[in-house]
Design a protein around this ligand. Structure first.
Ligand code: PLP
Length: 483
């Protein structure tokens, strides 16, 4: 949908009464004690749970019963405070050191890497229930491998993941980076060449380096896009200069710097013409938009659970084809020289099992919501375009990412708008993050007023509108022209 239509679409479903809402927010933002009390109630319930975890299977003894009633009374007091909205914070740190992270409750968080990794409520519940170390392993039986566990349905989840990405096999991995590592270590020998994008993520570099390989970068075109032609030219140049055909092409569908979309489907065709497999980096796509591995021509699809699948860190997925599964998911062949021990079907690159406990279960608990949300990617893109339009209405502001936006993450340049104010402001660049946080908006790198990134992913239209209104309001406050 083009930007003007996007604006009309979003405006049509929103009512604008910004001043009133800002006052409401400011009064509530003298921090709503109910957020703190919600945390305290959750912690109090954990204290109660702890009694059950320490007692005999026969039940609570007298002292424990007393303790139980004491804790329930404490909980009731917290619930009363929660209900009335009155009271003082009683807990500020966990274990004496960890502050309570209440960032997602009272604030709009525009931090670009956090947006799509926020947990669903089911995932948060899964963390409560499965936080214990090896909680995945209650019913693990022969052949003792994570992806074979049927209770709870971890094996089915693996099949569903492969189906979701339309590839043949999938494994969960501790972050997209571990997926790159598994592939690079399976395909590259010392001195082998991996083609990467000029906007590739550092973890792709490191995975190649770790395997002893060498990266060669495909240049961007004038629109900051990696094209199939440029990839073909780079492959040709590498073959000419080194006499070696690269072993893999690794391309980010949307890159982390600008979140521009790269020509992945045509790039995979080019790679295959040279018989080079294609690794699709879906850190910014898997879990937010539909990804069809076969249609894209990907040999490997890698996603990040904590970046884009509403899962706890570190989590991710590595999916592949029937052809490559035996390579990247190869099983151990090693035998102990003294004991003759072998470890059967443990997969070398996975080091046996990967995600244990709450991390995997958070991923599984979010999965139904993730499967649903990818169908609504267009709406996320519309919100992104709406916000960028509001920003561009502030004279001097630019968008560095391709525009109209095709992603919720964008890089913008406010050197000729907000940064002009910073030059004369006593707080310098910090005034902008301060002004935003006064309005309940966090996630902007403190002090940034030149080039910065933000994401609107997952924000309600109301929140996106509020964000746009806030930026415009700050601009007006400091005398910037708003068109
Ligand atoms: C484009 C891209 N690829 C890969 C990664 C690494 O993902 P993970 O943290 O899941 O290993 C990131 C993380 O920031 C990224 O932005």
């Amino acid at each position: 949908m083009p930007p003007a239509a996007t604006r009309r679409y979003v405006s049509s479903i929103l009512t604008s009464d910004f001043e009133k809402r800002l006052k409401e927010v400011e009064s509530k933002m003298a921090k709503d004690i109910r957020v703190q009390k919600t945390f305290e109630a959750l912690f109090a319930l954990e204290d109660i749970r702890e009694i059950f975890r320490g007692t005999l299977p026969t039940g609570l003894n007298e002292t424990e019963e007393q303790e139980f009633h004491k804790k329930v009374s404490a909980l009731k007091k917290i619930i009363n405070e929660l209900e009335s909205g009155k009271g003082n914070p009683e807990i500020s740190k966990l274990a004496g050191t960890l502050p309570i992270r209440d960032r997602e409750e009272p604030f709009i968080n525009i931090q670009p890497i956090q947006a799509a990794g926020k947990l669903t409520v089911e995932a948060r519940k899964a963390l409560i229930a499965y936080g214990d170390g090896y909680s995945t392993c209650d019913s693990c039986k022969k052949p003792f491998r994570l992806d074979k566990i049927t209770k709870p349905g971890i094996a089915d989840f693996h099949s569903e993941l492969a189906e979701f990405l339309n590839l043949d096999e999938a494994r969960v991995v501790p972050g997209a980076r571990r997926g790159f590592q598994a592939v690079a270590s399976s395909l590259l020998e010392k001195g082998d060449i991996a083609i990467v994008s000029s906007l590739s993520h550092y973890t792709e570099f490191l995975s190649v380096e770790n395997a002893g390989g060498i990266v060669k970068e495909v240049p961007l075109n004038e629109k900051n896009i990696i094209t199939a032609e440029a990839t073909a030219e780079k492959i040709e140049a590498v073959i000419r200069e080194t006499g070696k055909t690269p072993k893999i092409v690794m391309i980010d569908h949307f890159d982390y710097q600008l979140a521009n979309e790269h020509d992945i489907k045509d790039i995979s065709k080019v790679s295959h013409q040279y018989d080079i497999p294609l690794l699709y980096n879906g850190a910014y796509t898997v879990g937010v938009m539909p990804v069809d591995g076969k249609d894209l021509g990907a040999d490997f699809v890698i996603g990040s659970g904590h970046k884009s699948m509403a899962s706890a860190a570190p989590s991710g997925v590595l999916a592949t084809t029937e052809e490559w599964a035996p390579v990247v998911f190869r099983t151990t062949q090693m035998k102990g020289d003294l004991t003759d021990r072998r470890f059967g079907i443990k997969e070398v690159e996975m080091l046996g099992c990967t995600l244990m406990g709450g991390t995997l279960f958070s991923m599984m608990a979010s999965f139904p919501a993730v499967k649903e949300r990818v169908k609504h990617w267009d709406e996320e893109v519309d919100k992104s375009n709406y916000l960028i339009e509001r920003l561009l209405s502030i004279s001097g502001s630019k968008v560095l990412s391709e525009y109209p936006r095709k992603h919720a993450l964008s890089k913008i340049d406010t050197t000729d708008s907000f940064d002009k104010v910073a030059k004369n402001h006593p707080k310098r660049g910090y005034y902008l993050s301060d002004e935003l946080s006064k309005r309940g908006i966090v996630g902007l790198f403190p002090g940034a007023t030149k080039a910065w990134k933000l994401s609107t992913y997952g924000l309600s239209t109301d929140r996106v509108k509020y964000l746009g209104d806030s930026l415009v309001e700050i601009a007006e406050k400091y005398g910037l022209e708003v068109r």
